[in-house]
Design a protein around this ligand. Structure first.
Ligand SMILES: [Fe+2]
Length: 287
């Protein structure tokens, strides 16, 4: 099987890993889960993280065919619209984005300008959809649980799991956001772990882990099956109990309010008000 060249870009402020996934036999690539830097205290965006990816793309003469989002992230803003402007590529996400748009369109009281049909994206993927990146074959696994629209992109021997699994010593993603479900996440994880043992798995996040003082984001199906602290040797019931107890103790991600508002619009800001300024809302006592 072909082995894509995978280059990781780690954003320490949000613990997010973005990837450039390149066809070893052509200049074609995809960019997975990019980050637009956001200083919430100042209400200011910057493109330093995205610019590092753009520099990599240009330095290596890459052709960006796809900008892939594993889900509507709650902890960072997507840089997809900025990347699309600079380096091109079609923007894809899971078809259940419409569920997320409906839920959060209501939470943020977005007006009729906010279409809840996924039309802000170029491609809405469904379970088992196939696509190519240059000469590489890719397919989609629908892996909901963390959110209803979560996808895993399987590109040759490499799978980009989004927020389903984390590194074996850290475990799994939370399931307590609207539309999340620990039962569903367990089933989705089994789906990922049914890929061949040697499949390389690339995480969307890493937070280090007890006893580990460096960031890591790559593992394999075999490693996760044998050692994931939330999954290995655990029944579905045990997992759901553990996940629910743990989620009840977690605080909200720092950037959840700006992130969801922007990412439900495919990374675009809400329209500017009549003074030309864009505002993000904070729903009080509603989340
Ligand atoms: Fe997430």
């Amino acid at each position: 099987m072909m082995k894509p060249d995978v280059t990781a870009f780690f954003d320490e402020p949000t613990n997010t890993v973005s990837y450039v996934v390149k066809d070893p036999e052509s200049s074609a690539c995809a960019i997975v889960d990019s980050v637009l830097d956001y200083d919430a205290a100042a209400g200011r965006t910057s493109t330093a993280s995205a610019d590092a990816i753009i520099k990599h793309v240009r330095d290596h003469g890459l052709t960006v065919e796809w900008l892939l989002e594993t889900h509507v992230h709650a902890d960072h803003l997507s840089a997809a619209p900025y990347l699309q402007r600079e380096v091109g590529g079609k923007l894809g996400i899971g078809e259940n984005i419409v569920i997320v748009q409906n839920t959060f369109g209501k939470v943020f009281n977005a007006g009729t300008e906010f279409q809840r049909d996924g039309s802000q994206f170029d491609q809405l993927f469904r379970e088992q959809d196939r696509f190519t990146i240059g000469g590489m074959n890719a397919f989609v696994l629908h892996t909901p649980g963390h959110t209803p629209a979560c996808l895993t992109y399987v590109i040759e021997d490499a799978a980009f799991v989004g927020d389903t699994l984390f590194m074996p010593d850290f475990g799994t993603a939370r399931c307590d956001f609207p539309g999340g479900s620990a039962e569903t996440l367990y089933d989705s994880i089994q789906k990922v772990l049914s890929l061949p043992d040697e499949t390389r798995l690339f995480m969307c996040h890493d937070y280090k882990a007890p006893g580990r003082d460096e960031y890591k984001w790559e593992t394999t199906v075999a490693e996760e099956k044998a050692h994931n602290v939330h999954i290995a040797g655990k029944s579905k019931e045990e997992f759901v109990e553990m996940r629910s107890t743990r989620d009840a103790q977690l605080g909200m991600p720092k950037l959840i309010i700006p992130s969801i508002q922007v990412n439900m619009r495919a990374g675009k800001m809400p329209p500017a008000e009549d003074n030309g300024v864009v505002y993000l809302k904070t729903p009080v006592n509603a989340l």
